[in-house]
Design a protein around this ligand. Structure first.
Ligand code: AHG
Ligand code: MN
Ligand code: MN
Length: 283
């Protein structure tokens, strides 16, 4: 597993370099930004593929940028499911973005996620790593080297509210619940990239990040294997909860296709319990 962690650190520096070096075409906003971002997604995907190609214990890859399974090593043990660049539509406005990795063994489902990691490309590169029997560990870079900062734990109750999706398409129940949190004094924090948004909540003690079922996306927007399940492990191991709109633990998801999505709620205990009540979830 250490080899995989070392590979992820290498990937972090390489992708960060690409983000910083690539011409984003600020002056040609009409058509170049979409294409440039697409290039950046694909380039990040290639960096990850090439780096894991050197790690023999990695059997297969599943990427947001690839259709199906990408085979690497016959004798490998792990499948890594990843989002090479999360929030790439924010690159042109210079906001933080990220990469997410889920390390699975066996059939691709929540139960078989052994560890997960994410990278935040912000003013500094940061990384969080978690496994089934550890708390999330934060690494931050100083002079381009990762240094261990410490374990991350959620408080019982947070102060931040990060509601995703288009409000116009929320259910009445969801709208009322989000409003009730603001009514209790929660502050809005939502950039549109789940990595920095969930990172902020984790480091500031908690709150709620939601991407509910909506009328336009009844199954949510975020992908199970490389976005939802890896973050579910982070939040549970940090002492919080991660559920879908029926109260099911996201760690129990069984995708039927690599790109399947799921509605998702990540938070500290107080907000998730409040959500269950508002949604009429009894378990
Ligand atoms: P990606 O850039 O990998 O496609 O992911 C974008 C995702 C996620 O990071 C974020 O939380 C969500 O899209 C934002 O969607 P809304 O604008 O609908 O809230
Ligand atoms: Mn994403
Ligand atoms: Mn992406």
């Amino acid at each position: 597993m250490d080899e995989i962690i070392d590979a992820i650190k290498e990937i972090a520096h390489r992708i960060d370099e690409v983000i910083k070096m690539k011409d984003l075409g600020y002056n040609n906003s009409s058509n170049s930004s979409g294409e440039d971002q697409l290039k950046l997604d694909v380039q990040s995907d290639l960096i990850i593929e090439n780096t894991f190609a050197k790690v023999k214990i990695v059997k297969d890859l599943v990427s947001e940028e690839k259709e199906g399974l990408y085979h690497l090593h016959d004798d490998g043990k792990y499948t890594i499911c990843y989002d090479p660049l999360d929030g790439s539509s924010l690159v042109d406005v210079n906001l933080s973005i990220g990469s997410i990795f889920g390390i699975y063994e066996g059939e691709l489902k929540g139960e078989n996620l052994l560890a997960s990691a994410y990278i935040v490309y912000g003013p500094r590169i940061e990384m969080l790593i978690v496994s089934r029997d550890t708390k999330p560990m934060l690494y931050s870079t100083r002079r381009n080297h990762f240094q261990k900062v410490g374990e991350v734990t959620l408080d019982e109750k947070g102060k931040l509210n990060a509601p995703g999706g288009t409000q116009m398409n929320w259910t009445k129940t969801h709208k009322n619940f989000v409003d009730s949190l603001f009514g209790e004094g929660y502050r809005l924090r939502y950039s549109g990239a789940m990595v920095p948004d969930l990172h902020q909540l984790l480091l500031k003690g908690g709150g709620l990040f939601s991407y509910p079922p909506t009328s336009d996306t009844p199954n949510g927007k975020l992908r199970q294997l490389f976005e939802v399940i890896p973050f579910a492990l982070m939040y549970e191991q940090a002492g919080g909860q991660a559920i879908d709109a029926n109260g099911k633990r996201l760690m129990e998801l069984v995708p039927s296709h690599p790109h399947d999505t799921s509605p998702c709620f990540f938070g500290s205990n107080y907000e998730i319990e409040a959500l269950k009540k508002a949604y009429g979830i009894t378990k």
